[in-house]
Design a protein around this ligand. Structure first.
Ligand SMILES: Cc1cc2nc3c(=O)[nH]c(=O)nc-3n(C[C@H](O)[C@H](O)[C@H](O)COP(=O)(O)O)c2cc1C
Length: 166
């Protein structure tokens, strides 16, 4: 049975949204003192021509204020083996890149080794979105490991895709 209440409390909002699956990405950038990044599940394809992607960042993020002035970043889509990486990038503070291998994207942002896909981006527009900001980004280059499978986040935990037999 589908139930509803007129009042959209934060608890109700979270309770419902936890049933909506997302992929898991790490938005990374190369700051003057080294690589920085945060885990982001709100990544979305926005436009094909021109190629635009987007994601939402909480205004409480301590890493986004370090990325925004750089104007460029890489969105790394994690594969199903990326749970530990996601956990590392979902905490505030510390050296999240410790023990991680990465290389430079064509525009100089960090591409995580083992990422399922990556999008080399520059910021197009950053706009207000409640307690988040919406980051709209131009995609300059992108790549994928076609045989790889994505990490999925749903019901407050990490999941794997199961392919149905036809
Ligand atoms: C699966 C997953 C998805 C997340 N998605 C987002 C998101 O879309 N936007 C956001 O601001 N934080 C998201 N977070 C939370 C941030 O990664 C977390 O708040 C992190 O501590 C931010 O670090 P910072 O303070 O270094 O920016 C997500 C965390 C997880 C585990």
């Amino acid at each position: 049975m589908v139930t509803g209440t007129k009042e959209v409390t934060p608890e109700k909002f979270r309770d419902v949204l936890r049933h909506v699956p997302t992929g898991v990405t790490v938005v990374s950038a190369l700051a003057p003192d080294g690589p920085v990044g945060l885990a982001v599940g709100s990544f979305v394809s926005v436009s094909l021509e021109p190629p635009l992607v987007g994601f939402f960042v909480a205004k409480t993020s301590t890493t986004w204020p370090r990325i925004e002035p750089l104007g460029r970043f890489c969105v790394n889509v994690l594969g199903e083996d990326g749970e530990a990486v996601s956990r590392a990038f979902a905490v505030s503070g510390g050296d999240k890149f410790a023990g991680l291998d990465w290389r430079h994207s064509p525009m100089g942002s960090p591409v995580l080794d083992g990422a399922l896909a990556w999008f080399d981006c520059t910021a197009h527009q950053v706009s207000e979105a409640g307690d988040h900001v919406f980051v709209l980004a131009d995609v300059h280059d992108l790549s994928v490991r076609p045989a790889g499978r994505p990490l999925v986040f749903c019901h407050g935990t990490y999941q794997r895709l199961v392919t149905r037999k036809a």
